[in-house]
Write a protein that binds this ligand. Structure first.
Ligand SMILES: Cc1ncc(COP(=O)(O)O)c(C=O)c1O
Length: 360
């Protein structure tokens, strides 16, 4: 993986950070009549097609995060997520491209077939697991990692979801990509954009990118995480981190990021109505939305995108929204089964090996 110097953000950032060319961009935008409700017409941003290795939204962030310090070395990476985390999968798969490995601090998720496949791939790629049953127990998992992992083999820490200033740049660029597609007539200017939220890098980056291009819209962020884990404060903090990262790379804009969004007419709101019993717990509404989206040719999952579409369908029916709406599909569509090696269960720590043998 060689850094590329061809940068979509170059017009705004005179001192560009390095970028790896990992994603197939631009991803297509398509009309999806199966998701139309009331008077709204729905388009889909197909980030599921963003890579032949592992698509979805994460690859956009990893293009910047893996290309720059402290991650642009041969060292392993340490990061965290649920046992079904797409972030862990994306990091492990792209690290594997250059023979690097992942230390994963994990916590239990409902063991759906999707989660089981993800774990099979992680184990097959040689991921080292440091597992805790709960999210609050993660510091103990980290302590075990510190105690038992030889310093020379420890990983460089990456924040959850690769959501920091640099990771967010991937979605600032995505905002510009969408603006270009609107200008080219590939879709009409959407009055609302639905996107799911976890660690906020996707939605915050998008808000800034669209504002810089003058695309006035409302970003409706459907949270997959309880209010404690994702809220206005966290979103605002990430907006600030991305903005200061841009400044560090020469961005000349004045004032605060909130002013930029306001002046451009970009507004946002966070909705927690679909979280249901908790993060990564499948809901009936989410499952139904996955079926509907499937009729429109989309393959979604129960933790993030299913819940996002459930909220969207519900609101479009109820609010009588008129005009074009965009659903940003952040879920990778790749078939990962060829990555799974025989005997992968034996590579898991005993607690996870037991969990995969007894699905919920
Ligand atoms: C499929 C999918 N969509 C969206 C998100 C959320 O993106 P962000 O963490 O940038 O809010 C995630 C997070 O892991 C995800 O797996």
């Amino acid at each position: 993986m060689a850094p590329t110097d061809e940068h979509v953000l170059a017009p705004w950032l005179p001192h560009m950070p390095q970028r790896l060319s990992l994603a197939k961009l631009p991803t297509p935008v398509e009309r999806c009549t199966a998701l139309d409700r009331g008077r709204a017409r729905v388009w889909v941003k197909r980030d599921d097609l963003s890579s032949d290795i592992y698509g979805g939204g994460k690859v956009r962030k990893l293009e910047y995060v893996l290309a720059n310090p402290p991650h642009n070395t041969d060292a392993p990476v340490l990061t965290l997520g649920g046992t079904g985390s797409h972030h862990l999968l994306a990091v492990a798969l792209f690290l594997a491209e250059s023979g690097r490995t992942l230390h994963a601090l994990t916590f239990d998720q409902v063991m759906t077939p999707h989660v089981r496949t993800g774990l099979a791939v992680l184990a097959s790629l040689g991921t080292q697991f440091w597992h805790s049953r709960t999210r609050v127990g993660l510091p103990l998992a980290w302590l075990r990692y510190q105690l038992f992992q030889r310093p020379a083999r420890r990983g460089v820490y990456m924040p959850p979801g690769a959501s920091d200033g640099l990771g967010g740049l991937g979605f600032v660029a995505a905002g510009r990509e969408l603006a270009q597609q609107i200008a080219d007539g590939e879709l009409p200017h959407p009055g609302r954009i639905y996107v799911t939220g976890g660690s906020a890098g996707t939605s915050a980056g998008l808000a800034i990118g669209l504002a810089l291009c003058g695309i006035a819209t409302h970003i409706r962020i459907i949270s997959a995480v309880e209010t404690m884990g994702f809220n206005r404060l966290m979103f605002g903090r990430l907006l600030g981190q991305i903005y200061s990262c841009m400044r560090k790379h020469g961005f000349a804009g004045r004032g605060r990021v909130s002013g930029l969004l306001r002046e451009a007419g970009v507004s946002w709101s966070i909705d927690h109505s679909q979280v249901g019993p908790g993060y990564a717990v499948p809901t009936e509404a989410g499952r139904q939305a996955i079926t509907v989206a499937g009729e429109g040719g989309l393959s979604l999952e129960t933790t993030y995108t299913g819940k996002c579409v459930a909220a969207m369908l519900n609101e479009l029916e109820g609010d009588d929204v008129e005009g074009p709406v965009l659903f940003w599909n952040t879920h990778a569509g790749n078939d990962l089964s060829p990555r799974i090696v025989a005997g992968w269960q034996q590579r898991l720590p005993p607690v996870l090996a037991r969990a995969v043998s007894t699905p919920d």
